[in-house]
Structure formats: C-alpha cells, structure tokens
Design a protein around this ligand. Structure first.
Ligand SMILES: Nc1nc2c(ncn2[C@@H]2O[C@H](COP(=O)(O)OP(=O)(O)O)[C@@H](O)[C@H]2O)c(=O)[nH]1
Ligand SMILES: [Mg+2]
Length: 259
C-alpha cells in the first residue's frame, strides 16, 4: 500500500535526474568570518567523503577577515568558493550554495567546524535508504559543546517551536542536514529559514527523519549570534511559520491518470 502511494505520488516526489557529469553530493558550508578554521574544515570534509563523488561549496558571506584567502589557498580540487558582496546571513548563504549545487543531494554544515564532517556519510546513507517521500534527514546534536547559557536558550526555544509547529524536531539549530536539492527549492525563503526546515518540508508534504550527530567546541573565531538577538528573531519567525502552516492546504496525494 505504502509503495502504491509512492507510485501515485511519483510526480510529486520526483527528484529530476542530475546532469550526467554532476557529483552525487554537494556539501554546502556557509562562512562568515571563519578565518583560522576554514581551510582545515574543507580538508576534513574532503577526507570524510573520500571515495564519494562530491563537490564542496563554501559561501563567504561578506567576511571582513581572511576567510576567503584561506579558502582560495586550499588544494582541494572539488572546492567551489562563492562570495557575497554583502553579509546577508546564514540562511541566504545556504540558499546561494543550494542554488549553485549540482548534486541531487545537498548536505549543509556550519562553517565553524562545530559539526563533525565524519557524520556526513551517515546522513547521505540514511536519506538514500529512506522512503521516496523523505526529503530530508536532519542531524540532532545529542551532546552540545556550547556554553550552559546557550544550551538553556536553545532548549527553551526548541521546546516552544516544537509545540507550536509540531515539526517533530528536537534541535533545528543543528547545521548538519541532508536533503534533496529539488525539495529545498520548493520552500519559501526568509531570513533564518534554516531553523525551520523540518516544518517547511512537512508543510510541502515531505517526510523528515532525524539522526543523532556529534558536536564539537568552536576551535576558532567567535559565535555570530547572541541569545537575546536570537530570541527576538525567533519570536517573529515562529509567528511567521505558524501563519504559513495555517495557510497551507494539502491535496492528500497526487495521481497521474492513465490515458
Ligand atoms: N553566511 C553566514 N553565516 C553565518 C552568519 N552568521 C553565522 N554564520 C555561520 O553559521 C554557522 C553557525 O554560526 P555560529 O556563530 O557558530 O552559531 P552558534 O554555533 O550557534 O554559536 C557558522 O558556520 C557561521 O559561520 C552570517 O551572517 N552569514
Ligand atoms: Mg557554531
């Protein structure tokens, strides 16, 4: 029965075939003033994906440090570097990366090295093994390596979001996610949308799975967010996504008729 539903929804859940020479996986890493750790993160990603056909897209989001020079100096062949003229935020940087991506599957991770690239192959395997209507496998940090204040703020915000949006996610702030590029491109863009991907994917009728992943302390640079700043935008965004959810109607399934 489940299989039949998927067949009926084939057009809806179709991920168009990528170009013949396109890599299978595109890794997208947004970076804003991440000098000191940028080059080593790229090397770690390349080594985690050794043997997998992939590209790495780093988006320098108008940094005013040496991030872009460090990236340019790396020897990793499969690295592409995109640069925003102005700082436009993490969500916009991710969007730029996904638009540029040539792979059918996109994996995002934070550009500061707090996500462990060694988790990427597990996410890719999980999304490939999932049912066709699963558009995303999202990482969830089980052991956070952040300050107690940040962990408390994050737990509180995550709890409120989960109750209001019913998105099944315990930790949407985790930057490590694997999704089909085509599914992501169907989502509405707004600043900070990267924290609402499970809710936005479900709103489009897709299923989302979660996978525990590692987390590391920040080894270089500084966090770009403050608790109070994040709280202010979180309230606004929560209201926005709550409204979006209320304004969504589902066809239940899509069937192409034989003729
Ligand atoms: N592109 C872009 N990335 C950002 C911006 N602010 C933060 N980031 C990136 O988003 C990721 C998470 O930010 P971070 O400051 O580490 O947040 P924290 O881990 O919650 O403290 C890092 O890779 C940052 O480089 C921004 O304005 N633009
Ligand atoms: Mg961080």
């Amino acid at each position: 029965m489940a299989d039949e539903t998927h067949k009926d929804n084939a057009a809806f859940f179709a991920w168009p075939s990528p170009q013949p020479d396109a890599p299978t996986v595109s890794v997208v890493a947004p970076m804003y003033n991440e000098a000191g750790g940028a080059a080593s993160l790229i090397a770690e990603i390349a080594s985690a994906l050794d043997g997998v056909d992939h590209e790495i897209i780093a988006i320098d989001d108008g940094s005013n440090d040496a991030t872009v020079d460090e990236l340019a100096a790396t020897a990793t062949r499969q690295l592409r570097i995109l640069r925003h003229e102005n700082n436009a935020g993490q969500s916009r940087a991710i969007r730029t990366g996904v638009l540029a991506a040539r792979g059918e599957i996109v994996v995002t991770l934070d550009g500061d090295g707090q996500n462990d690239p060694a988790d990427i192959p597990r996410l890719v395997t999980a999304i490939r093994a999932a049912a066709p209507n699963t558009a995303m496998v999202a990482g969830e940090r089980t052991k956070r390596k952040d300050t107690a204040a940040k962990q408390w703020a994050s737990r509180t915000a995550n709890g409120l979001r989960k109750r209001l949006l019913n998105d099944g996610a315990d930790d949407t702030g985790c930057g490590l996610k694997a999704f089909y590029r085509e599914a992501y491109l169907r989502l509405p863009y707004f600043d900070h949308m990267h924290r609402y991907l499970p809710a936005l994917m479900r709103r489009e009728g897709f299923d989302v799975k979660f996978l525990p992943v590692g987390h590391r302390p920040r080894a270089h640079g500084q966090s770009k967010y403050t608790n109070i700043g994040r709280l202010m935008v979180a309230i606004r965004d929560l209201m926005g996504v709550f409204w979006l959810n209320g304004r969504s109607r589902s066809p239940g399934g899509v069937r192409e008729m034989d003729r």
